[in-house]
Design a protein around this ligand. Structure first.
Ligand code: SF4
Length: 478
């Protein structure tokens, strides 16, 4: 689903946000409890609204709710008004102020001459405006501005014109960008992953049926077993006998989003056979090799830098300590008008543990830095608590370019690393030194070569053609 504008929470909002999670179930037991648990497990991928589409024996029934999965669905569970049926898909969506409207929530459902089609989509179709205009020109109605509605309408038109397999193949050839999709056509369930494999998608089984989910951790929580990743370009058909490949759209290269391992995915997930936790630990170890530092203690920015800081500590031999306590119960704060209010919000959320910090040379480790404003506030907190030096070590390379594939990093102005040296960044955020991991260190830690990863936001070179990017470069040249 196309990404919304930025979340401005003073701590969490400084990180890029994922747009969505998708799940699907075909089994012998009721689908809703399975989809609900999987969506709760994948809440980190989208918190604004959620939905399920379940085949009730005659038709697909939709239920969409605002807010977190637990709070949103709870009243329906208590009143026993959740959709009934054993086949369904579900979706968590990330959104923010201005786009909280539930109309844009997934799954999307359309009635077509080929049946009812419901789609849950994680990703962003970069050429969706062009496809939308073409479809509108053919008389297809649109009720939202989301790219998921474009996906549903395109697939339905293509299937009608070319038949099922050729229609799907052509849709996948037409759509550019990232898409991991769970789809139902009446009582049939499908899983689709784009040919470059931007977003993760796994298939597995529970005692009651087959599950598809954005991350393997959902399978663990369901007490099931992950069988494998849905391969890039693959379409799976899922029924009471399990799953099978019905289509494979080939691609010479892959473009797995490196940020899934760096930040987005849960550390207990395994993506494309690579464990996220181990990768984060290894990022910290590599960083210690590439950017050594004389210091007394390694502390993480909680919670994002914890695993990487452990790795840095092991790699450097410098002790790891928790120097900042994060208050998990402070309310989520969105747009705050004044600098003083934003500083207060960070203080409420993060409190230093003075005995760890006072009189020490601190090595502060985080997974990534986008704007640098929160890091600056944290450094202020550490200095006030008596730190004699604060050295920042970032366990990913510099982010210098927008993401067009479903992550809410759209404008260049927000990137502190763009056109600044490490020294300039250090002086901007009040650190004694700043160092980032190299792209080589990143790819080595993930265990994939550059040609198999999307590194667009690190290099400005994208794996697919980006019209907006070309417009931006032209404007800059002018
Ligand atoms: S541009 Fe960056 S965040 Fe976006 S898909 Fe590529 S690696 Fe991931």
């Amino acid at each position: 689903m196309a990404s919304p504008p930025q979340n401005l929470d003073p701590i969490d909002g400084q990180k890029p946000s994922e747009s969505c999670a998708v799940v699907g179930f075909h089994g012998r037991s009721q689908a809703f409890p399975v989809l609900y648990s999987a969506l709760r497990t994948l809440q980190h991928r989208g918190q604004e609204n959620s939905g399920v589409a379940i085949f009730d024996g005659e038709k697909i029934e939709l239920l969409k709710v605002d807010g977190h999965v637990y709070e949103g669905f709870r009243p329906h569970i208590e009143k026993n008004t959740t959709p009934k049926g054993t086949i369904g898909i579900g979706h968590n969506r990330y959104s923010t102020a201005g786009l909280k409207n539930i109309t844009g929530a997934g799954p999307f459902l359309v009635n077509t001459s080929s049946g009812q089609i419901a789609v849950a989509h994680n990703g962003e179709i970069t050429n969706y405006k062009e496809i939308r205009e073409n479809l509108k020109g053919m008389g297809m109605p649109f009720f939202t501005t989301t790219d998921t509605e474009v996906v549903v309408n395109l697939i339905s038109k293509e299937i009608k014109e070319r038949g099922f397999i050729n229609g799907l193949r052509n849709s996948m050839n037409v759509m550019r960008g990232s898409y991991s999709i769970t789809m139902m056509i009446d009582n049939k369930l499908y899983a689709i992953r784009d040919p470059l494999g931007f977003k993760p998608l796994v298939v597995g089984k529970t005692g009651d049926g087959t599950v598809v989910a954005s991350e393997s951790s959902a399978m663990d929580v369901l007490g099931g077993e992950t069988i494998r990743d849905v391969e890039p370009g693959e379409v799976l058909e899922i029924d009471e006998n399990g799953f099978r490949t019905i289509l494979k759209v080939p691609s010479e290269k892959k473009a797995h989003c490196m940020f899934e391992w760096v930040y987005f995915a849960r550390p207990d997930s395994v993506i494309d056979n690579i464990e996220v936790y181990k990768t984060r630990y290894s990022l910290g170890m590599e960083l210690a090799k590439e950017a050594p530092c004389v210091g007394d203690v390694v502390i993480p920015v909680p919670d994002s830098g914890r695993t990487q800081a452990s790795g840095y500590s092991e790699g450097s031999g410098i002790p790891y300590e928790e120097g900042l306590f994060k208050n998990r119960y402070s309310e989520r704060t969105f747009i705050m008008p004044s600098q003083a209010e934003r500083d207060d919000a960070v203080r409420i959320k993060l409190n230093p543990i003075r005995s760890v910090i006072n009189g020490k040379r601190i090595i502060l480790v985080d997974d990534t830095i986008i704007r640098g404003t929160t890091t600056k506030r944290i450094i202020g907190i550490l200095r006030k608590a008596g730190a004699t030096e604060v050295h920042v070590r970032v366990a990913s390379p510099r982010i210098i370019a927008p993401c067009y594939f479903g992550i809410d990093m759209k404008t260049r102005d927000q990137f502190i690393a763009l056109r600044r040296t490490d020294q300039e960044i250090a002086s901007e955020i009040g650190a004694d030194s700043v160092a980032y991991l190299s792209i080589e260190g990143l790819t080595k830690s993930i265990g994939k070569s550059e040609k198999d990863l999307c590194l667009g936001c690190l290099t400005g070179k994208y794996p697919v053609k980006i019209t907006d990017e070309i417009e931006y470069v032209q404007k800059t040249l002018e």
